[in-house]
Design a protein around this ligand. Structure first.
Ligand SMILES: Cc1cc2nc3c(=O)[nH]c(=O)nc-3n(C[C@H](O)[C@H](O)[C@H](O)COP(=O)(O)O)c2cc1C
Length: 226
């Protein structure tokens, strides 16, 4: 009414326009997911759909990718996190798939089959401690994990019917390089030292500097274990 009109006219801030973006990649963390197939052959694939809650990583994975198939077959993965310095290894794996043959849709977009993803990325596999897929030696953070549940997306009745899966990965072990650890704490990462790689609408970015003190950070991290 009167109030709304005056809000619209004078106080609504910058003008917004309704658009229909084909992708909603507003910025999220990049990882390389390692998995193994039924013969034990390792696969490595870039992923940017991960969020964290408790000791869980929730991953968004195309079910028909080699990664999706491997996860459905044996439920094990390592989330290998590069810092911004690892961007080249990630980019070398763009437009590749462990699937052979490559689907028509992917081939049309320029994808090619690669069997040895570690060699193509220029990284070395090292053994994990709790799961079969190997870790990426050069990357500073490795999260080993086992699938707790597959959540079929898009209304599919089962994971086998879904084309997209939200994969609930229970983290079984975390490895970090010494240089990321917070001095004086056994189990903390120093956020001033950790420089995650961010994908922002298909392009790579780093984080800026800390913006302002955080009220949430007044909570001791150990509180979250409870
Ligand atoms: C930076 C980057 C981020 C990506 N993020 C995802 C993602 O979050 N989920 C996904 O299913 N595919 C993602 N992809 C595409 C997969 O890596 C791609 O489908 C690849 O072919 C999967 O490999 P695979 O078939 O060997 O598993 C991403 C690719 C790049 C380069």
């Amino acid at each position: 009414m009167g109030t709304l009109t005056s809000l619209d006219a004078h106080a609504r801030g910058p003008r917004h326009t309704a658009i229909s973006p084909a992708i909603l990649y507003f910025g999220s963390q990049v990882s390389l997911l390692s998995t193994v197939d039924e013969t034990g052959h390792p696969n490595l694939a870039p992923n940017s759909s991960v969020w964290w809650l408790g000791q869980t990583a929730m991953l968004g994975v195309a079910a028909r990718s080699q990664t999706g198939r491997n996860l459905l077959a044996n439920g094990e993965a390592v989330v290998n996190l590069p810092s911004v310095e690892g961007v080249d290894a990630v980019d070398r794996l763009a437009l590749t798939t462990g699937r052979d043959p490559v689907s028509e849709r992917k081939a049309a977009a320029g994808y090619r089959h690669v069997r040895d993803k570690f060699a193509t990325a220029g990284v070395r596999p090292i053994a994990s401690e709790t799961v079969a897929p190997p870790r990426v030696a050069e990357f500073p953070v490795h999260l080993e994990g086992r699938v707790v549940a597959f959540h079929p997306m898009g209304g599919a009745a089962t994971a086998a019917d879904a084309s997209l899966l939200a994969v609930e990965l229970g983290i079984t072990r975390v490895h970090v390089v010494e240089s990321l650890r917070m001095a004086g704490h056994a189990n903390r990462i120093d956020p001033d030292r950790w420089r995650p790689l961010i994908m922002n609408f298909q392009r790579f970015y780093g984080l800026g500097d800390e913006t302002m003190p955080s009220r949430l950070a007044s909570i001791d991290e150990e509180w979250y274990r409870g």
